[in-house]
Design a protein. Structure first.
Length: 405
């Protein structure tokens, strides 16, 4: 891996990767953390608008066809900390990917009629998430894990904020945040002179100095940590969650080992006890999220409403079992993590995302040290994090089947 900072402040990370595919990923350090109540959702709105035409490419079709005509893929996503854009192409077409992405990010025009069109699209996207409990349960989980904090914000904003965002708001937000010193370009692939290629297409990215926004510390969670809402659905959806730590914290690796014990696909303790042995759910598992500033650890399950108390008891039991974890069980979980890590990072897009994530978390090179950090996790580490993060009342969120009168 090679990391370079260009004269305009743009960070470039390149990683040689054998194969015919290459990925260019551009991460912009902007998300809900940089928003206010009035413009909540503007980072996500801007992500949509970046695809809506440039001075050179007049429409979404023109932008996306420039990559898709090569058999490639171009897409984007927004989270609390960053907005990222990527193009996956054949390595021979990497110059096209760089040119298209730089054009999108630097030269978007934000036509007013397209702003109004995308406003409708975002309302439809928000409705789709709200209507689907397997997605909406995570919106509610973040909200209640991190109340009154940007980490708990709804990424697409509120109806009020999305209605009020103007074309000028979007253009000004872009001008303020889409700057070279706020961007990282990651290029993964078997590409010669990769850094110079990035320099060629991104050297004209403007630079500004923005004062970092002050983020208030997390508030203590309330004593009552049980939240529910009802919907006309056949199944009920639940999460059982704890706050943990960001990826930069050494405990995050021991928590990865715990996640593997409890949640590794169909052989994890949660799946085995809830579905494998008792058939109490179709979907269940574990999510350990490590963001640059926050962390969380959640068990999720969808089941019939009357089964929740049984499932809750089983989840409680598995967390108690962790205190008696054996060396054999820990080594099995570590072997799973190491194998899954290698297999998943055969995909250059996953590798680019990981390098970007670790860079935003403090140091991209830590991605290359990940397997050694996992190998170093001990039983004492696991016992310590189990006691430190899970010996407290969980935040339980439910979207429950509506009770008939």
């Amino acid at each position: 891996m090679k990391r370079t900072v260009l004269p305009n402040g743009l960070t470039v990370i390149t990683e040689k990767n054998k194969g015919e595919a290459a990925v260019v990923l551009v991460s912009v350090a902007v998300g809900s953390y940089q928003e206010t109540d009035r413009n909540a959702g503007i980072a996500h709105f801007l992500e949509h608008m970046i695809f809506e035409g440039t001075k050179k490419r007049k429409s979404t079709y023109d932008v996306t066809w420039a990559i898709e005509s090569l058999g490639g893929d171009v897409n984007a996503a927004t989270d609390n900390e960053q907005t990222f854009y990527y193009a996956k192409v054949l390595k021979k077409d990497v110059n096209v990917a760089l040119e298209v992405l730089s054009d999108m990010l630097i030269n978007s025009t934000f036509k007013k009629e397209y702003v109004e069109k995308e406003r409708k699209v975002i309302f439809n996207e928000a409705g789709m998430v709200t209507d689907d409990p397997k997605y909406y349960i995570w919106v509610l989980t973040q909200k209640h894990l991190f109340p009154d904090h940007p980490a708990g914000n709804i990424l697409y904003g509120t109806q009020k904020s999305i209605k009020s965002i103007t074309r000028n708001d979007i253009a000004n937000f872009h001008k303020k945040h889409y700057t070279a010193n706020n961007m990282t370009v990651v290029l993964v692939g078997d590409v010669e002179d990769a850094t110079e290629k990035v320099r060629k297409y991104f050297k004209n990215t403007p630079t500004t100095q923005n004062k970092p926004k002050t983020i208030e510390p997390l508030k203590p969670l309330p004593k009552n940590r049980r939240y529910k809402t009802e919907k006309n659905i056949q199944q009920s959806y639940f999460t059982y969650s704890f706050r943990t730590v960001p990826r930069s914290h050494k405990d995050s690796y021991a928590l990865d080992a715990v996640e593997a014990v409890l949640g590794r696909k169909q052989s994890g303790w949660i799946f085995d006890e809830v579905r494998g042995k008792r058939g109490l759910a179709y979907s269940c598992g574990v999510e350990h999220n490590t963001d640059p500033r926050t962390g969380s650890f959640s068990v999720y399950v969808n089941t019939e409403k009357q089964n929740w108390d049984k499932v809750r008891d089983l989840i409680d039991e598995q967390f108690r079992r962790l205190k008696k974890l054996t060396s054999k069980e820990l080594n099995e979980s570590k072997r799973y993590i190491l194998g899954e890590w290698i297999l998943s990072h055969e995909n250059p897009l996953r590798l680019a995302e990981t390098l970007s994530f670790f860079h935003n978390s403090g140091n991209a090179s830590e991605a290359l040290n990940y397997t050694e950090k996992i190998k170093a996790v001990t039983l004492k580490d696991v016992q310590r994090v189990v006691q430190k993060y899970f010996d407290t009342e969980p935040v339980i969120v439910g979207i429950e089947q509506k009770t008939e009168n």
